[in-house]
Design a protein around this ligand. Structure first.
Ligand SMILES: NC(=O)c1ccc[n+]([C@@H]2O[C@H](COP(=O)([O-])OP(=O)(O)OC[C@H]3O[C@@H](n4cnc5c(N)ncnc54)[C@H](OP(=O)(O)O)[C@@H]3O)[C@@H](O)[C@H]2O)c1
Length: 255
């Protein structure tokens, strides 16, 4: 296979260095594949390193550029290492996609304190750790873009998703404040809110009935993770003076 097969010349994505957390499956994996196809160098972080290696191998086979790090977003040092890897391997970091997330959903009355803590640690603290690692590099470069995957769960509040939605809305709030603090043109922020997307996310739900219901809806009308990847690419490919702040993307039939 030719070295450059599959690498399109797309202004705005081509040549950018993009680190992605939660790149081992679902939306993160689809985003890594799409951005690499469009000429970005991708730096892949998640805990399942063997999956990342396989993905990076597939990207390289198609002429793309990829680096891999086993990283747990709940550990600030892992995010620092991910950002350092982008800089050491590819010279800089243009975009951090803070996408890692878990969905330990269930009724509040179940008092799943461990699940609540895990969601806060991964979904909120994980994004904060990414911001702490990436911002100094963005400031040094004079340019950078933070993209996060939040959720329609935070827009239409429904039973069983209280804490999950709260973590996603905390991130939404965080990004809006950061945006207002960063109007000097250096930083762009984007919060992408997907509805039901067919991924492995439901596997992290402990509550059997809630898990089966989520799985049923995902199978019935969940959209392909690549649709979210295209949305993320859309935000990234805009000219530097254009910031896509929030995007909602859901199945057409989702209520
Ligand atoms: N699917 C949907 O319907 C939907 C809707 C709205 C929002 N979202 C959001 O989209 C994002 C991606 O989820 P997905 O749907 O693509 O689900 P997924 O297939 O389960 O992917 C989740 C990713 O997060 C990673 N992850 C989990 N805990 C981590 C940790 N402590 N450190 C590092 N990585 C961690 C997982 O990798 P490892 O296990 O290898 O670490 C995996 O790569 C999440 O933030 C989710 O909340 C999804």
């Amino acid at each position: 296979m030719s070295e450059i097969t599959g690498i399109a010349e797309v202004t705005g994505v081509n040549g950018k260095v993009v680190a992605i957390t939660g790149a081992s499956s679902g939306i993160g994996e689809a985003t890594a594949r799409l951005l690499a196809e469009r000429g970005a160098a991708v730096v892949l972080g998640a805990r399942r390193a063997e999956r990342l290696e396989k993905l990076a191998g597939a990207i390289r086979e198609r002429g793309g550029r990829a680096a891999v790090l086993a990283a747990d977003v709940t550990r600030a040092a892992d995010l620092e290492r991910l950002v350092e890897l982008a800089v050491s391997e590819f010279g800089r970091l243009d975009v951090l996609v803070g996408n890692a997330g878990i969905s330990r959903i269930g009724p509040v009355a179940d008092l799943d304190v461990d699940g609540w803590s895990s969601m806060i640690d991964v979904n909120l603290r994980g994004v904060l750790n990414g911001i702490a690692a990436a911002l100094p590099v963005f400031r040094r470069q004079g340019r950078g873009h933070l993209v996060t995957t939040v959720s329609t769960s935070g827009l239409k509040i429904v039973p069983t998703q209280a804490v999950y939605a709260a973590t996603k809305n905390a991130v939404r709030t965080l990004l809006e404040a950061l945006r207002q603090e960063s109007t000097d043109g250096v930083l762009r922020t984007t919060a992408v809110s997907p509805g039901f997307v067919r991924t492995e996310l439901v596997d992290s739900i402990d509550h059997p009935e809630v898990r089966e219901e989520a799985r049923r809806r995902m199978d019935e009308f969940g959209i392909d993770p690549e649709a979210v990847a295209r949305t993320i690419a859309f935000a990234i490919e805009q000219p530097d003076d254009v910031e896509i702040g929030e995007i909602v993307i859901r199945p057409t039939v989702q209520g």
